[in-house]
Design a protein around this ligand. Sequence first.
Ligand code: ADP
Length: 317
Amino acid sequence: LGPTICVGEILVEIMARSVGDGFREPIDLVGPFASGAPAIFIGQCAKIGGSAGLIGAVGRDDFGRLNLDRLKADGADISAIVVDDLYPTGSAFVRYRSDGSRDFVYNIATSAAARFGWSEAVETLVHRAGHLHVMGSALSMGSAVDVIERALPIIKARGGSLSFDPNLRKEIVYDADTERRFRDLVAAADLLLPSGEELERAAGVEGEDAAIRRLFEMDVKEIALKCGAAGAKVFRPGAAPIFAAAFVVDEIDPTGAGDCFGGAYVASRRLGLGPEEALTIANAAGARNVTRQGPMEGAGTREELGRFIAETARRSR
Ligand code: ADP
């Protein structure tokens, strides 16, 4: 039914080499790496053979080139990505704290990343698309919200589907409008891809079982729950939950694991695989991604993920 599409921020990520508290003194950095949750998702989707396209913008600069080259190499459709002549490509400086949380210095709102809208190229891609994936991180971005709100009814009218990754960030302000959009997307989603506590946040109730029940009542048809180094689960109404034990890997850089997981899960399901097989592939995509520095560097092809699955031990429950 046509490609999977995603709308939102395209960035370069520049990472601190050391763990610590923010960026208030000179530190060693590594990067730039191609990034942005929607870009990571679409890159992984395309890499395993799902037709996938991204809607967003980069600047006419080296950072933009880096992102476009990466997406093209991964096999993504970049026809609806604007190259802005005036504004630079978006960026994020990232540093991990010892507790695993992250500090960011973003340049998104005032960069090319936020400067796109409905265009002929977007219209063409949307009218071909069979699935829309929405990243919660796009909800505070007016340009992304406009495109998503226009694209969704078109895709649904064609019999296409919607997936939603809540992608909560402490830097995003959930004002009344953002909160309403968040709720609407949960209610409209066929597939939800929360991680950890985002499940309860999406359902609006506490406890895993209660949250799952509530989401099924809201007509969500499938939930792929990401549990970091504890693996992942899939829930579907009327079926027993499926659990995938995490692969045992050396975690070098957790950035992008959830987006790779999502891209691999959605692409696998859309390629016609069952939830169990899709979960195995997605679990592998997330795990493999954390073994490389850079959010898009560890995404795998179908073949690479197959090899990874065959060769990598899994944790016992
Ligand atoms: P998010 O980035 O959205 O918070 P997670 O951190 O839960 O997502 O990671 C997504 C998926 O990637 C996990 O469900 C798991 O399958 C895999 N994964 C992430 N971190 C690890 C890890 N350290 N070891 C093994 N698998 C991992």
